[in-house]
Design a protein around this ligand. Structure first.
Ligand code: GLN
Length: 286
């Protein structure tokens, strides 16, 4: 099959189905089927018939709004390629900034203890472990379907030289969570479920991301309220907290953190599109 019409037809089919980036998705699916980098498609005239058939089947699934990352089985996140699929939240590019902030806070520290609450694919935990050698990172996940992916990625995705990431099954609002780390943690990060109940989300999200990773109660902040007590207990004085939130929670989440008490220097940070994206704070002394 000739590559250009094959891609053009697929892109049209995806556009008609309302997929947001039809051409890119078509190219990424074809590159996936052929196991070549996407740029190779530019100079590829023909696609073997069996590969074309597999490609068309994947395009059909994508048109049915299965996430691209479930079809390729991969999600890029900073320097890692995480394995993802049904049962785990697909890491989003916005969250890379929270990882970047965390790494800046840790820069120059030796063997810091780090906790990622609600780790899912392990994106935050594993990026921190990978980019801050020596960090002692624990990834906490409550969803039995998701933690299989956390464990898999923790075992396979970080470099041989990185300090292994511990994976713990637990609830980020559990008052007794990780009590052995009380007062010893340098940094707590979380991309918790924060979507307000009933909010509209794309079909890919509603049908394929695990509900436990998304829904956060009437204002989306129920889980966050629970995790603040856990973070305050775990962090040592001066330790850092970073929590992702929805576009509309840029003042609500800082207010919840201030009202909780025990934290200082509460700040909110925008993502690359300029939308409020995560709140940070420091554990107050005493
Ligand atoms: N940002 C996610 C979305 O796009 C929501 C993630 C979350 O609740 N942590 O749906």
């Amino acid at each position: 099959m000739n590559t250009r019409p094959l891609l053009a037809d697929a892109a049209r089919q995806l556009a008609d189905a309302g997929v947001e980036s039809p051409r890119v998705d078509a190219e990424l699916l074809l590159a996936h089927v052929l196991a070549v980098p996407r740029t190779r498609l530019l100079t590829l005239d023909d696609v073997p018939a069996d590969a074309a058939a597999r490609f068309e089947a994947l395009v059909g699934q994508r048109a049915d709004r299965v996430p691209l990352q479930h079809l390729t089985g991969r999600a890029p996140f900073r320097f890692l390629e995480l394995a993802v699929g049904p049962g785990v939240f697909v890491p989003r590019p916005e969250t890379e900034l929270l990882a970047g902030w965390a790494l800046e806070r840790l820069a120059g520290t030796d063997g810091p203890i780090v906790v990622d609450l609600g780790s899912g694919s392990g994106a935050l935990a594993l990026s921190i472990a990978h980019e801050h050698p020596g960090a002692r990172v624990t990834a906490v996940e409550r969803d039995p379907g998701a933690i299989a992916w956390t464990r898999h990625n923790a075992l396979t995705r970080v470099g041989a030289g990185d300090t292994p990431v511990g994976v713990v099954e637990g609830d980020m609002t559990d008052p007794g969570l990780l009590s052995e780390l009380d007062g010893r943690v340098a940094l707590v990060v979380s991309n918790p479920p924060y979507v307000p109940d009933g909010a509209r989300v794309p079909r890919e999200v509603a049908e394929h991301d695990p509900p436990l990773a998304l829904w956060g109660g009437p204002d989306g902040l129920d889980v966050v309220r629970g995790l603040l007590a856990v973070a305050a207990r775990l962090l040592h004085p001066g330790g850092w907290l970073g929590i992702e939130h929805a576009d509309q929670q840029g003042s609500a989440l800082p207010a919840v953190v201030r009202a909780h008490g025990g934290f200082a220097d509460v700040e909110d940070h925008p993502d690359l599109a300029g939308r409020p994206r995560f709140t940070t704070a420091r554990r107050a002394a005493g």
